[in-house]
Design a protein around this ligand. Structure first.
Ligand code: SF4
Length: 328
């Protein structure tokens, strides 16, 4: 749309516009002082750069945006401000999700459509603008919001390449992580990419029966097949994989299940990320004591594990809770 709006203008205008959007992080064309006033007015009319978003802030420092897209559908993006100064934007790759994980609000919306490259970029841009106000920057981007990124592979990679470009946000490839529920062909493709993007796998249960119960996709992409592909990925890239494990009370949080997990991941290049669950009407979060015991078992078995800082309970940070309501 921008290219069309700039037809008849000198070539360097395009670069100026890009600079205004991605380097100066202008919120509207009126701030693009390098452009003539008439052009700013024209662009504001035909190609506005404002982003329609409702913000919700959490006492813990995270912030959630409910972004309304051009067709009226809504997606969620979360900014996690870490104590060590990192600012991670958790982006969505689809509106809704076809994977249907039972513990996830997005899974219950069902699948609406894939996001375009620009709709993914826009989520990062929104928080880059907000952080600029306090002199901060986006330092990491994780594809852990709504949707399965590997079912929208081309647009996800196009967005990463765009944000990695020195003429835009210029975020290093290693600052990106893609989280998959186990789409094997996506893992294979990522291993072949030149960009060194991180991989995370939403494991959530070490045995097939429990995993199939809470993640129906396990029947299509069973654990042995996914782990085989992950092994090939780590052999090729030598990059550690993050195994995500959401702690759900009475479902996957017993010491016996921790032993099984340690056995399953023995020898893999990676670590486990234990995630506190945000309560839904179906499941409850594991107690702090269960998480502590679970972690102890992993550590006893020499499986590195970290506990993801609980964030966003008061802003309904469980993926899809806000947009489920809006898209209904
Ligand atoms: S957890 Fe992820 S893969 Fe599963 S339904 Fe939710 S968004 Fe989709």
């Amino acid at each position: 749309m921008l290219k069309k709006a700039l037809e008849g203008e000198p070539k360097y205008r395009f670069k100026q516009c890009y600079r205004a959007i991605f380097v100066d992080l202008a919120e509207s064309w009126s701030e693009a002082s390098s452009l003539p006033v008439e052009l700013r007015e024209k662009l504001e009319e035909v190609c506005p750069i404002s982003i329609r978003a409702e913000m919700k802030e959490d006492a813990g420092g995270s912030e959630k945006a409910l972004i309304t897209l051009a067709d009226g559908l809504a997606i969620e993006t979360v900014l996690i401000a870490h104590e060590d100064g990192r600012n991670t934007v958790c982006v969505s790759s689809q509106v809704g999700c076809p994977m249907g994980c039972l513990f996830c609000a997005t899974g219950r919306i069902g699948f609406k459509r894939n996001l375009t490259r620009d709709e993914i970029v826009e989520q990062v841009l929104l928080f880059a603008r907000r952080l600029k106000l306090s002199g901060d920057k986006v330092t990491n981007v994780v594809f852990m919001g709504m949707g399965e990124p590997f079912l929208n592979y081309d647009n996800v990679m196009a967005a990463i390449k765009f944000l990695n470009d020195p003429d835009t946000i210029n975020l290093g490839a290693r600052r990106f992580s893609i989280s998959t529920a186990g789409v094997t062909h996506g893992i294979k493709k990522l291993a072949a990419e030149k960009l060194e993007v991180n991989l995370a796998f939403s494991l959530h249960a070490a045995d097939e029966a429990t995993r199939s119960k809470i993640m129906p996709i396990n029947k299509k992409f069973p654990l042995p097949a996914v782990l085989k592909e992950i092994n090939k990925y780590t052999e090729k890239t030598r990059r550690r994989v993050m195994f995500e494990y959401v702690m759900i009370d009475g479902i996957n949080d017993s010491p016996k299940q921790a032993e099984e997990l340690a056995r399953l991941l023995k020898g893999y290049l990676g670590f486990v990320n234990l995630i506190s669950y945000n309560r839904t009407d179906m499941f409850r979060p594991s107690s702090a004591e269960s998480i502590r015991r679970f972690k102890q078992v992993l550590e006893k078995n020499r499986l590195p594990a970290v506990e993801r800082h609980r964030f966003g309970e008061s802003i309904e940070a469980a993926c899809g809770q806000l947009s489920a309501r809006k898209n209904r």
